[in-house]
Design a protein around this ligand. Structure first.
Ligand code: ADP
Length: 708
């Protein structure tokens, strides 16, 4: 609350309230009388003689150059005229000299303090006391007087020690006053008993210390609450209190006296900020205190809007001060703003009371009490200014402290509610956790049971499988054994049948063509059967792991040549031509099984090619490998067949073209043999234009001589 701001329009109220004012003076100061123009006669001992400004005579100095020695000279004495201090007549353009004559009619010497209380902070004040035109004391004051030159150390009141001897000797007081800002000059003057003045100052200082002490303890406490709880209500509350403390320091003059030094204008910036910003934080505090955000959108909007408007006004005020230094304008606007805001407080209060009676919340009641008390003390403070011309700031300070105590109760209550809430949710959480744990244990138990059950089942199945496996192995062995015996035992009779068929053919002379044909069929059939038996035996041997590879470094061309030679007749029968393209490559293989492999593959090429086609065999080096490619112009192998081609008993789409037999075993045997020789076999084919079988063996380390 700004007394300076308020006082601008108080001036116009001044006339109206002069009656109160006079009554006050008559009650308090009956102890002096006037004797002639500008002379105050003191005839009884009192603590205070107020209203002396009414006896002041004024001398204008538009040159600003007059000195005290000139002024006390008789030439100037006649120029002193009575003047109204609280008027716009005293313009900031001039320096003014004020004169007041004091005369004691007391029967003893008395010590006084002349107190100048400025309505608007005066820029410069120099006070002189003269006895018989002799200057005895000079004091300096004024808000633009740099602190080191100031004579005032007890707040904002300018004091001058006045000694009045008992023998009616006159003392004249001269005041040199100058204002540089836009405000007119306005102040009160009083004499105060020296002892009572110091006592008052002492009490005042103690009260101020208590006020700031309480405020700062609460600031620190609430700030630490903000840090630990993070609730913004505490933060805005803290900022509100810091500004209140700043305003008190400003208003009581401590800021100027102890903190500002030569930065004399800072006083006015602090005045504007600390007088008009607290309400911003008050409303922000209320916003978080009542958790309006998110709950009451309209109220929230109103608060935010008012905070925005008020902040803008604050910035405008500061700019006016900074650019024009027009404290009068800011003070006037500020007073109207403040009146409006008091209205706003009252409306908000009614609203809160209304809401509270419904909700009956304790913390709202604390808030209402706090705010009402501050409002009351503010109104009393303002009425004080209106009536007495000077507000009793202590009343306002007491209001502030009581308000803050209520707010603190409210915050404590909020904290309690919050704690209860936290406690409840903690309990719920614990219950939930316990429930979770119980469920978890149950699930674990069920899982364990299931795992146990499954493990038992699996181990049973495993046992069964291994039993079955053993049986299968035994059966397989038996099967292999039987096949071996059967195949072996069939081999000899078949060989005999073939042999005798050939013998009959060669030795019997008178055989008809029909008989020769029948003998040929017997021969072919037995050969096919023998071929089949040999393959079955090969598979048997492979499966029984009876094959031992005898790896040698061999020239593949010679093996291939030998194989082709053996198959040439079959090829020629079908009018097929076989080409071998080789550069005598040596590889590490088992001679016997390599030959079996080539035999199988070339036999297939012959078997599945139409007469008149070609079979091309190429042997080539591939880094550390030797690759054999057997390419035919047969039907080729479709993609579907390609997947199964190396599996056992696979008779696929391509069928023998010359009535040959097919077992579906040849390629599976080839694959096994090649792998046992550490080689690789694969097939590439384009259906319709033949297929190529590739076999790769490790290359021999050194060249070898053909051993086949
Ligand atoms: P078999 O030749 O006794 O039928 P294989 O295992 O050697 O058994 O061949 C399996 C099948 O693969 C054959 O039935 C045939 O359909 C197909 N096949 C093998 N070689 C060739 C080839 N060179 N061209 C086309 N199809 C082939």
């Amino acid at each position: 609350m700004s007394a300076n701001g308020m006082t601008r329009q108080m001036n116009s109220f001044k006339q109206r309230y002069s009656l109160y004012f006079l009554t006050f003076i008559l009650l308090v100061v009956p102890a002096y009388s006037s004797s002639g123009m500008g002379t105050v006669v003191i005839d009884s001992m009192v603590n205070e003689i107020a209203g002396l400004e009414n006896y002041l005579q004024i001398l204008e100095d538009s040159t600003h150059k007059l000195t005290i020695n000139q002024v006390i000279h008789s030439d100037y004495q006649s120029k002193f005229k009575p003047a109204v201090i609280f008027s716009e007549e005293l313009s900031p353009k001039n320096t003014y000299w004020g004169k007041i004559v004091l005369k004691s009619e007391l029967d003893r010497d008395s010590d006084w303090v002349l107190v100048l209380e400025d309505y608007w902070p005066i820029s410069y004040v120099e006070a002189y006391i003269t006895y018989d035109n002799q200057t005895f004391e000079v004091k300096k004051a004024g808000k633009l007087t740099p602190t080191p030159e100031l004579d005032i150390k007890e707040g904002r009141f300018n004091k001058l020690h006045v000694f009045l001897p008992k023998n009616r000797e006159e003392a004249a007081i001269f005041l040199k006053i100058r204002n540089v800002d836009h405000r007119p000059i306005g102040f009160t003057l009083k004499l105060e008993n020296n002892i009572s003045w110091f006592k008052k100052q002492e009490i005042n200082n103690i009260l101020q210390a208590i006020f700031h002490g309480i405020l700062w303890v609460m600031i620190i406490y609430n700030f630490s609450m903000y840090i630990s709880v993070g609730d913004k209500a505490y933060l805005y509350y803290v900022l509100y209190m810091v500004l209140l403390s700043m305003y008190a320091l400003y208003y009581m003059g401590y800021l100027k006296t102890y903190f500002i030094g030569n930065h004399t204008r800072v006083n006015d910036y602090v005045w504007v900020i600390s007088a008009y910003a607290p309400s911003v934080f008050y409303f922000l505090f209320a916003r978080y205190y009542f958790r309006i955000k998110g709950r009451l959108p309209l109220t929230d909007w109103l608060i935010k809007t008012w905070v925005a408007i008020k902040s803008t006004i604050l910035v405008v005020f500061l700019l006016i001060l900074f650019i024009f230094y027009n404290t009068k304008l800011v003070g006037t606007m500020g007073s109207y703003l403040m009146l409006f805001e008091i209205g706003l407080y009252v409306v908000s209060l009614i609203y809160v009371i209304h809401a509270t009676t419904k909700a009956k919340t304790k913390n709202a009641i604390y808030f209402i009490f706090g705010t009402s008390i501050l409002l009351t003390s503010t109104v009393v403070f303002i009425l004080n200014i209106l009536i007495k011309g000077q507000g009793n700031y202590l009343i306002l300070q007491a209001g502030i402290i009581i308000e803050l105590i209520f707010f603190s109760f409210g915050l404590a209550d909020r904290m309690k509610l919050r704690e209860i809430k936290v406690q409840k949710s903690r309990e719920r959480l614990i219950e939930q956790l316990q429930e979770n744990e119980r469920l978890q244990t149950e699930v674990n138990r069920q899982l364990e049971e299931k795992v146990k059950e499954r493990t038992q089942k699996i181990s049973r199945q495993k046992e069964e499988i291994s039993q079955k496996n053993e049986e299968l192995v035994a059966l397989n062995e038996e099967k292999n054994y039987l096949i071996g015996i059967v195949a072996h035992d069939l081999g000899n009779p078949l060989a005999n049948i073939k042999l005798y068929a050939q013998l009959i053919k060669r030795t019997a002379e008178k055989l008809s063509e029909k008989h020769i044909n029948q003998l040929n069929i017997i021969e072919d059939s037995t050969e096919n059967m023998m071929d089949m038996i040999s393959k079955i035996l090969d598979v048997n041997a492979i499966e029984a792991h009876k094959i031992k590879m005898n790896m040698e470094e061999v020239n593949l061309s010679s093996i291939l040549n030998a194989t082709i030679d053996e198959l040439r007749e079959k090829a020629e029968n079908k009018n097929l031509s076989i080409y071998l393209d080789t550069s005598s490559e040596e590889a590490k293989v088992d001679k016997f099984y390599a030959k079996q492999t080539f035999d199988n593959l070339i036999s297939n090429a012959i078997k599945f090619s139409e007469p008149g086609k070609r079979i091309h065999i190429v042997v080539k080096k591939k880094s550390d490998k030797v690759r054999v490619e057997i390419k035919d112009e047969g039907p080729g192998i479709c993609a579907d067949d390609m997947k199964k081609i190396f599996r056992k008993y696979q008779k696929l789409s391509a069928k023998p073209t010359g009535g040959e037999r097919s077992t579906g075993l040849g390629l599976s045997i080839v694959k096994k043999y090649v792998e046992l020789m550490q080689g690789k076999v694969w097939c590439e084919s384009e259906p319709g234009s033949g297929s190529t079988f590739f076999i790769e063996f490790d290359k021999a380390e050194k060249p070898v001589v053909n051993k086949v």
